[in-house]
Design a protein around this ligand. Sequence first.
Ligand code: PEP
Ligand code: MG
Length: 891
Amino acid sequence: MEKWVYTFGDGRAEGESRLRDLLGGKGANLAEMARLGLPVPPGFTITTEVCAYFYENEKQFPPELDAQVDAALVFLGALTGKSFGDENKPLLVSVRSGARASMPGMMDTVLNLGLNDVTVEALARHADPRFAYDSYRRFIQMYSSVVLHIEHRHFEEIIEDYKEANALTFDTELSAEDWKKLIGDFKAKVEEEFGAPFPQAPREQLWGAIAAVFGSWMTPRAITYRLLHDIPTSWGTAVNIQAMVFGNMGETSATGVAFTRNPATGAKELYGEFLLNAQGEDVVAGIRTPQNITEAARKAAGSDKPSLETALPRVFGEFLKTTSLLEKHYRDMQDVEFTVEDGKLWMLQTRDGKRTSKAALRIAVDMTHEGLISKEEAIARVDPASLEQLLHPTIDPKAERRVIAVGLPASPGAASGEIVFDADEAEKLKNAGRKVVLVRTETSPEDIHGMHAAEAIVTARGGMTSHAAVVARGMGKPCVSGAGAIRIDVEKGVMTAAGRTFAKGDILTVDGSSGEVMQGEVPMIQAELSGEFATLMEWADGVRRMGVRANAETPKDAKVARRFGAEGIGLCRTEHMFFDSGRILAVREMILADDENGRRSALAKLLPMQRADFVELFEIMAGLPVTIRLLDPPLHEFLPQRESEIRAVSDALGVPVEKLQRRLAALREVNPMLGFRGCRLAIAFPEIAEMQARAIFEAAAAVKKKTGDAVRLEIMAPLIIAKAELDLIQASVSSVATAVAKETGEIIPYSIGAMIETPRACLLAGEIAATAEFYSFGTNDLTQTCMALSRDDAGSFLGRYVAKGVFAADPFATLDQSGVGELIAIAASRARDARPGVKLGICGEHGGDPVSIAFCEAQGLDYVSCSPFRVPIARLAAAQAALGKKPSTQA
Ligand code: PEP
Ligand code: MG
């Protein structure tokens, strides 16, 4: 018989953490904790296979499930001495979802299940009547909302009206009698809204809740979350049913959440929050402001509410031992939920904690030093893409900060943007290319898409573990939570803070590292790279096989590239040097010249400037390889387009406007991507390539004389499609090299290579390799030329294409999916056959994309080259690829 149910409790469990796929993350870890002898309320897990069955069978359950759930309830009864539905000793349970991957806040929970008009009296007799009726009314609220889909606000309204009529302010002022009265009102409301009485039979309640958890797998918010995090729908969720423990049984009871290390900084300190006399979701919901767990944290926060350490010292001691055991057992930072029932600690959940990339780095490096994990594991644990967070700017310490509110530093980094109060609007503005800061009283799972669209998130309420804080950290976005000074009026589209009113569209700057919310756009500076960063990078460099270079042409970019550890320049796009305002006129003069002589005299003006560029670049790169690409874009891109500009150029060069316009028309490229550009310029106008080659060799000679560093020179022809093209260019470069060597007395070694940017070049790579000493794959053009589509199409038809399933997702994201990869494989193999040991690199945008980097490793490429800011990402991704780690496609 198929096994659908796995029990745990009292030091035993049928499951274990290895069974995550079957039991979900929560269920597997509850079983594991039970096996470790930790205090876990006894319970059972209904497997993810039931979820699959449920959706494959018109929302029916497998026939054997009923009996297996009954048996599990008997098991719970035996361990607790209670029984489900018993009029004297009723067993109450919680029902929670738990998927394989954690989906915070996505799925629904029901607590106190099993209460009804009869069992509540038993609870009132055994415990405290106020507690019993409060628990029952909470159950009615939760169950009605999650299972019966009655809006929460109906119940909130009933409570508010009651408090107003009876001159009461806080829920805590309501007595047992008050709650009893309200329960009557709640039940009447349910009957009105649902059309049937609130279910009294515990078994009916239980099956309703189980179906609701499975049902919540397909809610729009769960589907959105899965899409954002690449979680397959087929995984399904499990359902966890556990004997209730109560954190709301008075001042010796509590409920809380904690991380075994600081999830924002990675510091090795127990970090968490709790509420005395509170139940379940009160902490996560962010409705009451929680207390710190440790004294140290309480002092640091300047809170006057007691910490768990002083409020319940014995429990605190046990909690410390438990969390440290869990961290050692799982060998990773843990995020735990716990409840204290009348002085007894119960662990409700443990999982690997979400963390900022800064914390991820620190934890990985610290745990290696602590001997908990190996260097290789440390390298594998940090998501390369997340490093981008650390390279983000921070607020300039010298800048003036006009702080309007201070909250908790929930997720580090800084960003500015327009205020929006609504998730849909945040998404709309983001799609229109605007930067927004989402400001909410608190966030809920329905706001996910808006949080994703925002540069930063601010909430007026909630702690470090509120929904906003947890989700923002996961997304790597700056977030300030609990900025209590902010009051939002969504209807009017305004907020007030610091005695001022701010409207939708006003600019705010958010510093998620300090908790400050500032008015206007505050200047930022580049982040310094911390010690752990350098350490992990060093370890990564120790294991990676591929080289990492940068695409850079300006001295500024070259310096950044070196600071980030680039091992050379893989692509220096020389045209950028031509666009410089001091040169563009000479470039235009060259283009507009009537004959070779005219061109040569304009080029003579450019030569010293171009030479100076290279001198600077070679000095910065100090003997590292530099790949210089000859001029690439079609010439018309350098000419003025607007009427006023044309007149100005005509004046400056003394060329009649008509002539300029004729030339413009002649040069207008019909096929700007493939036509008269790239190496074809160097062949039609050899004097251009000659000037560039002369500038390169003269600069190299000068730098060698000056510093003694011999630059490792690689000259690269763009958009090659035939061997004959490269032969012509090689001949011209070689004669310049010989001439300069004679003139300067310095022989500069160099190699000549080609960019492979078209399918044709890929297929001819064997033939061209007779001349080319190296290839660099230009996957930007290669993607466009073999798909005839580009990222620019994303704005037009691509979205609809994806929606209609023509493409599963963004077809340009990675090399392995787009067909481009197959062409690279063909080119690499033909090039190697023709020239064993030929150097192969990549310099398109894919050179900085972890998944594509893994592909390059698999193809045995020699190096990747990417934009300077992606160099650290590429170093780590190349190391992971060398270790054989499959990169995640998660953003
Ligand atoms: C490429 O095509 O991939 C490339 C690097 O060249 P560019 O982006 O300059 O066209
Ligand atoms: Mg290109």
